[in-house]
Write a protein that binds this ligand. Structure first.
Ligand code: ATP
Ligand code: SF4
Ligand code: MG
Length: 323
């Protein structure tokens, strides 16, 4: 889907279903196919409950997949078990939304930041102070923070610590699931600048989930729009989802958010009704119940994700001319 950089992660027909009450199945990710590119950022956007976290958690094997493959380093990492799976985890790390909850409050900063390295036997206990200082410098935190506890740090500082810990194993891919959402805007900006600097220096690939669509537009090289577990639009390198989105859902999503550069007369138009339950996925287009342009074919045939202009894929019968 993008020729600018080599593909590093291939997500192929990835499906995740959860068992729900009454013997039903909840489809959180439905046959998702996506590529992430080396040293670039793949943004994943969509309303709450559309399956963004489930997608990345299935890639990280926090949830077992119901179907599909995730190809990394020439192998399907979903099939790895035991020591092979553990070693693979070094290469794909995660930065959490709420770093405070992710850290053991009884551990000092130096123990938190060096724990992954100790677990993998990559440093000795005697090297913790030196390595912690190096990692703190990398994320622009003062070295003497190493003897603090995380509750004596601000939210932004804790998030820097979370990034230092995730990067300590020198991963190829870092998943940021709402990693900046709990921070106020100025701190968020600084953390994003840090992520971009580290990406340029280390060639890291990010999977970046974020509710701030403006930020996603700025940070991401590719953007996938999710709806009811499906990728309904994918836009590649050098394009902006906010102005070039074609799928009726993407357009509605863009109109429903507040922007700082509102034009005179422009209004926020909240998306009508709520996202339907993933328990009862409709036949045909997943967006049909909320789409003002729904046609006969939309109720019977699911639209495929098709390339409409180079690097830009849309799953909509209207855009794809199937009527
Ligand atoms: N462990 C689980 N067991 C059962 N259902 C789950 C589980 N995790 C997520 N779900 C369901 O899967 C769907 C997708 O949830 P998910 O958390 O992936 O959404 P999301 O896009 O990350 O939302 P948000 O933006 O609110 O974080 C939801 O309907 C959710 O209730
Ligand atoms: S396929 Fe039909 S229902 Fe779905 S978004 Fe396009 S026009 Fe709307
Ligand atoms: Mg989520």
């Amino acid at each position: 889907m993008n020729a600018e950089a080599p593909v590093i992660l291939q997500i192929k027909n990835l499906t995740k279903k959860f068992a729900a009450e009454g013997g039903k199945m909840l489809t959180a990710c439905d046959n998702v196919t996506l590529n992430a590119y080396a040293g670039q950022t793949l943004g994943i956007i969509g309303e709450s409950g559309c399956g963004k976290s489930t997608l990345v958690r299935t890639i990280l094997q926090i949830h077992p997949a119901s179907g599909g493959e995730v190809i990394f380093d020439g192998q399907d990492i979903l099939k790895l078990r035991g020591e092979a799976a553990r070693q693979n985890r070094r290469k794909i790390q995660m930065v959490f939304q709420d770093p405070a909850a992710a850290f053991n409050p009884k551990m000092k900063v130096k123990e938190i930041v060096c724990e992954p390295l100790l677990n993998f036997g990559l440093i000795k206990k005697s090297e913790v102070d030196t390595k912690a200082a190096e990692l703190l410098r990398m994320v622009e935190l003062p070295e003497d923070f190493k003897d603090r506890y995380p509750h004596n740090m601000s939210g932004g500082q804790r998030q820097r610590l979370g990034i230092a810990r995730a990067l300590s194993l020198e991963p190829k891919i870092v998943v940021c699931d709402e990693a900046t959402s709990a921070l106020d805007v100025s701190v968020q900006e600084k953390i994003c600048e840090l992520l971009v600097r580290l990406q340029k220096e280390k060639g890291i690939t990010y999977l970046f989930i974020c509710h701030d669509l403006g930020l996603v537009d700025l940070m991401c090289h590719q953007i996938a729009v999710m709806y009811l577990g499906n990728i309904v639009e994918y836009i590649g390198y050098g394009r902006r989802i906010s102005t070039e989105g074609m799928h009726p859902y993407t357009k509605a999503l863009m109109k429903s958010v507040f922007k700082v550069d509102f034009k005179p007369g422009e209004k926020i138009e909240p998306l009508e009704s709520e996202i339907p339950s993933p328990l009862d996925l409709p036949k045909g287009c997943p967006f049909q119940s909320r789409c003002g342009q729904c046609m006969e074919i939309c109720r019977s045939e699911k639209p495929e994700l098709k390339e409409v202009v180079p690097g830009h894929f849309v799953a909509c019968h209207l855009v794809n001319g199937n009527f």
